[in-house]
Design a protein around this ligand. Structure first.
Ligand code: NAP
Length: 314
C-alpha cells in the first residue's frame, strides 16, 4: 500500500465504475476518506452495506465538501445536473474529473457551472463490463486498461500529473487526447460495436421464421458474443448515443457503405473480396491479443480473468 494521494476523495455515482473505484482506492490506500453520493437511497444503502466508503449521502454537494478529488461516475446525460449541484460546494484547488464515455458533451454540460480555481480534467477509463450497480464493481477493473484524459487548454500540469498518478495507482495506463478526437475514436472502437450488437440481437428477437428457443439453443455459433454486449446498461447506452451523435452517425454511415459492399460481394459470388476482408480482420484480432488488450477467446474484451465468479453471472 502506498501513501495517500488525496486527503478526501468524493465519488458521485456508485455503480459499476464508481464502486470499482471505491474498491481500488481502498485497496491501494489512495485516500484516508472516501465520501460516497448517489441519488437513490436504495443504491446508497447497498453501497453502505458493501462498506464501500467512509461517509454516505444522497446529496452530491454534501459529499464533495472538502474533497481534493471528486470523480463523477453517472450516465453522461446527467453530468450537467450533477455539475450544477456540486459547483457551489467544490473546494478551491480541488481536482474534478469524470469517467463518462463521451467527452465533448460532458465538457459542454459541466464546464459552464464550474467555479474558477477548480481543476476540471475530464477522463474516461476504457474498462467496463455489461453489468451495473454497486455490486458489479471490482478493484481489478482498471488493471492494464487505458484511461484517456482530455484536458482542456490551460489545465494546470501539476493537477493533471496528480490525476494521472491516481489512475496509474489504480492500474491503468494513461493517454491524453483532445475531446473531439476521443469521441471519434470511441465511436468506432466502442459505440458502433454496441449499436451493432443491440441491432443484431434486436433483429434475431424480431425474426418470425427462427424461434426464440432456436436462437438460444444454437447461440454459441456467434450470436452469444453479441448478446453479452447487448446486455449493457440501457440508460448508459441511450445517453452515449444521444451525446456522441455526430461521431456515431459518421461512423454508422461508413459502416453502412462497407456493409453494402460486402452484401454486393456475397450477391455476386466475389469470393476473393470476402476472403481478403476476412484475412485482414483476422490480423487485427491477432494484434489486439498481442497488445495484451484481450485474451484468446471471443467475449468482446469483457472477460475478467482475475474474477471467474463474475463471469459465471454473465
Ligand atoms: P451504473 O452502474 O448504472 O451506475 C450509475 C450511477 O449513476 C449510480 O450511482 C446511479 O445512481 C447514478 N445515476 C444514474 N442516473 C443518474 C442521474 N440522472 N443523476 C444522478 N445520478 C444518476 O453506471 P456505470 O456503468 O458505473 O457508468 C457510469 C459512467 O461511466 C457513465 O457515464 C458511463 O458512460 C461511464 N463508463 C461506463 C463503462 C461501462 O462499461 N459500464 C465504462 C467506462 C465508462 P442510483 O443508482 O442511485 O440511481
Amino acid at each position: 500500500m502506498s501513501a495517500p494521494l488525496f486527503e478526501k476523495i468524493a465519488l458521485v455515482g456508485i455503480g459499476l465504475i464508481g464502486s470499482s473505484l471505491a474498491r481500488v482506492i481502498r485497496r491501494e490506500g489512495l485516500t484516508s476518506h472516501i465520501a460516497i453520493a448517489t441519488r437513490s437511497p436504495e443504491t446508497l444503502k447497498r453501497a453502505e452495506e458493501l462498506g464501500l466508503g467512509d461517509s454516505y449521502s444522497t446529496g452530491a454537494a454534501e459529499a464533495v465538501k472538502d474533497a481534493d478529488l471528486v470523480i463523477v461516475s453517472v450516465p453522461v446525460g446527467s453530468s450537467g445536473a450533477v455539475a450544477e449541484e456540486i459547483a457551489p460546494a467544490l473546494k478551491p484547488g480541488a481536482i474534478l474529473t469524470d469517467v463518462g464515455s463521451t467527452k465533448g458533451s460532458v465538457i459542454a454540460q459541466m464546464k459552464p457551472h464550474l467555479p474558477e480555481g477548480v481543476h476540471f480534467i475530464p477522463g474516461h477509463p476504457l474498462a467496463g463490463t455489461e453489468k451495473s450497480g454497486p455490486d458489479a464493481g471490482f478493484a481489478e477493473l482498471f488493471e492494464n486498461r487505458w484511461c484517456i484524459l482530455t484536458p482542456l487548454p490551460g489545465t494546470d500540469p501539476e493537477a493533471q500529473e496528480k490525476l494521472s498518478e491516481f489512475w496509474r495507482r489504480c492500474g491503468s495506463n494513461i493517454d491524453t487526447m483532445d475531446p473531439e478526437h476521443h469521441d471519434m475514436v470511441l465511436a468506432i472502437v466502442s459505440h458502433l460495436p454496441h449499436i451493432i450488437a443491440y441491432n443484431i440481437v434486436g433483429t434475431a428477437d424480431d425474426l418470425a421464421t427462427v424461434t426464440k428457443s432456436e436462437v438460444i439453443k444454437y447461440s454459441a455459433s456467434g450470436f452469444r458474443d453479441f448478446t453479452r454486449i447487448a446486455a449493457s446498461d440501457p440508460t448508459m447506452w441511450r445517453d452515449v448515443c444521444l451525446h456522441n451523435k455526430d461521431a456515431i452517425l459518421e461512423m454508422l454511415a461508413r459502416f453502412s457503405e462497407d456493409l453494402a459492399s460486402l452484401q454486393r460481394a456475397i450477391r455476386w459470388g466475389d469470393g476473393e473480396k470476402l476472403f481478403d476482408l476476412f484475412t485482414r480482420t483476422r490480423a487485427i484480432r491477432r494484434s489486439i491479443i498481442e497488445a495484451g488488450q484481450e485474451i484468446d477467446a471471443p467475449d468482446f474484451g469483457r472477460q475478467v480473468v482475475a474474477h471467474p465468479e463474475k463471469l459465471a453471472k454473465g
